[in-house]
Design a protein. Structure first.
Length: 522
């Protein structure tokens, strides 16, 4: 379908796009919400035909026009995907279009029959695949998506993740409901009365009342807003005691919140992921999830050039799903995905190994240092000749406890050790820079160490294994601590930014930092 029919339907109705207070159909943004709190994407199922989608009379007329003159039935079938990309250049900013399958009318499922879980699971993967994206970037997106779906961070998706997501989404919806209702609790007693709602709503609508007095807004608009707030909030008073309690307030907008979570929440997405053929015995590994995505990518990439074009996406969406009842085809797909999952697991294991750290002895204290860059440039370069390399000095003070030192910096840095270096059990060094103009994380970090025997120095294999930090506490320092604990085990450790500061104290150890780039560790 071209944009022309949609334009003609809009013009025929003699209204412009400014009359569309909400999208006709929720578009590509999976988090976009309707005014009533409901949300919809092309991945979660058939589009509801009622007010959750069509809000205004203008929208209803467009839907009727499309159905009558062009055979498009937004309530039962779906608008074709080519319209989505075409709309970007039409100026119809108020309209978003998405398709569940984008099939021709003859290939669509009969009206009223919901899509299969396998189709919905495939659509969830397809939403992460925009035109022009290569396979490696697509797999990176799926990796991030998997980490979000893995609620308990155990490296696999199970029904437990669905349950945990559902619990968290329910708690979050309850907190939103409480905030929406308890803002009317003027005396702070935990209950909301009609008088409190009326006073609060009148306060909030004072601008509308002032505007109506000078003729810039309809008369009575302020009073109408007050009464609407009173009616909405006091409808929660189910026991009719004249006040809304916390338990009653938790029911505010409950249906819309439940619908939004069911359509677009992490619990729903995880449940869909478990419907993929790659899931076995109710579990789905990260390798299996990425293998399912790679299988889909290769199915869409018909010219095998390593990129997915808009035309390939449209053709794939139009094509009917292969029969799922064919046992030979299903067995073949499962075998192919199992082989891809095996290869993906090898790549995942190699990635983890590149970020691994040697074990820590029982007596050693783990110290984590972070810096953006030091203040001195090194007279020696490492990596490429034009790489700007910095130099930092660390002085180890005498002591009896061995030290396991992890250093993360942003800029390429050579760390010069002095003092009681015999205390150093291990130095692990990394930097966020690989010394090249690109930012390929697979490239190793550019860093160096002097003053420590080579067999006690380790370098992380990827530049994105651990982030630097230049202050503590901070999100960067917490991420770095988490990375070290994941690599060497759940250890008691201390972190410190390598910046100029007065003497500081680590837990169970003292570290001093002098002016410039010298530091003392004890």
């Amino acid at each position: 379908m071209r944009v022309g029919p949609l334009r003609r339907c809009i013009k025929k109705g003699a209204f412009n796009t400014s009359s569309f207070r909400a999208p006709v159909i929720i578009g590509a943004n999976p988090r976009r919400a309707m005014p009533n709190g409901a949300a919809w994407t092309s991945a979660e199922g058939r589009m509801p035909p009622q007010s959750a989608i069509y809000r205004s009379r203008a929208q209803q007329e467009v839907a009727a026009c499309l159905a009558r003159t062009h055979g498009v039935m937004p309530g039962s079938g779906e608008l074709e995907m080519p319209l989505l990309s075409s709309l970007r250049n039409t100026g119809l900013a108020g309209l978003g279009v998405a398709a569940l399958a984008g099939q021709p009318a003859g290939a669509q499922a009969p009206a009223g029959s919901p899509p299969s879980p396998a189709r919905l699971a495939q659509e969830q993967l397809l939403l992460r695949l925009p035109a022009g994206q290569p396979l490696d970037r697509y797999l990176e997106q799926l990796r991030s998506e998997f980490f979000n779906l893995d609620a308990d961070s155990d490296g696999k998706l199970t029904p437990r993740d669905v349950e945990l997501h559902a619990l968290m989404e329910t708690a979050q919806a309850r907190s939103v409901a409480w905030m929406s209702v308890l803002r009317y609790d003027l005396d702070g007693d935990g209950f909301v009365t009609e008088d409190e709602v009326r006073r609060s709503a009148a306060y909030e609508s004072r601008w509308s009342r002032a505007q109506s007095m000078i003729g810039k807004s309809p008369l009575g608009s302020g009073e109408e807003a007050v009464q609407r707030a009173v009616t909405t909030i006091m409808a929660l008073d189910t026991n009719k005691d004249g006040k809304v309690s916390l338990a009653e307030a938790a029911k505010f907008n409950e249906a819309s919140q439940r619908q939004a979570s069911a359509l677009n929440g992490f619990a729903a997405k995880t449940r869909l992921a478990l419907a993929l053929e790659a899931a076995t015995s109710g579990e789905l590994s990260r390798a299996g999830y990425e293998a399912a995505g790679e299988t889909l990518f290769r199915a869409v990439d018909t010219d095998h050039d390593g990129n997915v074009s808009q035309q390939e996406l449209m053709e794939f969406r139009r094509a009917p799903m292969p029969p799922s009842i064919d046992p030979e085809a299903a067995q073949r797909r499962q075998f192919e995905q199992a082989e891809l999952a095996r290869k993906r697991q090898i790549a995942i294991d190699a990635e983890r190994a590149a970020c691994g750290m040697p074990p820590v002895s029982e007596k050693a204290k783990v110290v984590l240092l972070g810096a953006y860059q030091t203040e001195s440039l090194s007279s020696v370069t490492i990596g490429q000749q034009d790489t700007e390399v910095y130099a930092g000095r660390i002085n180890v003070e005498p002591g009896k406890d061995p030290l396991y030192l992890v250093i993360a910096s942003f800029s390429p840095t050579i760390w010069q050790f002095g003092g009681a270096v015999e205390r150093i059990e291990r130095v692990v060094v990394t930097s966020s820079s690989n010394g090249r103009s690109g930012s390929d994380p697979k490239q190793g970090p550019v860093a160096g160490v002097t003053g420590i025997a080579r067999d006690r120095v380790s370098f992380l294999g990827r530049s994105n294994c651990m982030r630097y930090f230049d202050e503590t506490p901070s999100s960067g320092s917490l991420l770095a601590v988490g990375a070290v604990k994941a690599a060497v085990g759940g250890l008691q450790m201390s972190s410190r930014p390598s910046t100029r500061s007065p003497p500081s104290t680590f837990p169970r150890e003292r570290s001093t930092w002098s002016e410039g780039d010298r530091g003392a560790v004890s």
